[in-house]
Design a protein around this ligand. Sequence first.
Ligand code: 39A
Length: 208
Amino acid sequence: MEFSNSCELLLELRKKDLLKNRPKYWWPNVGTFEVVMGAILTQNTKWDNVEKALNNWKSENKEWRLEEVATFEPSFLAEIIKPAGFYNQKAKRLIALSRNILRDFGDFENFKENVSREWLLAQKGIGFETADSILCYACFRDTMVMDAYTKRLLKKKGYEFESYDDMKDWFERGVEENWDRVAEFYENDLNLCYARFHGKIVEFMKHG
Ligand code: 39A
């Protein structure tokens, strides 16, 4: 696979039908609080373990609700999310984050509309990748997530960046500078493009 900008990479990946049988935006249940849970739970663990942790709660026909998580005791939440590892730390951080969302935004809908990257990065346990995952998949912002898969793919092709934001700028610039071509595939939905682009990279690196 050869490419000289991110749009060309996107076109190469599109040929491979990597998102067959996946949700439209790749991440399950986009636009819900479950994405916030998943974005934190996926730190330092495999996605399969995240799904087990999320399903421990959902299997009893419950959805993940911000207002409920904010009231949990850390030990109670830790037990539910155990499969995702680092469960005591993640439980404390998820509860603190939920309480901060309620304190500063009142509810999840207002959070989705008004949260900024800066607000997210100021929360304990949220770095660039987690913040961008929440913005892209929970809040539907036009932003592209960089992760270990993205970095590895680019490194294999001879691209290395000094920082997370340099790599992100390279991706977003490639799309924006070729917007006419990209818009055609995604019916002018930029978020769909960034979400599916990231999803394609992850699936390609995991399963080829
Ligand atoms: N590493 C990952 C994933 N692998 C994933 N899916 C598969 C669906 N998500 C949503 C996040 N991180």
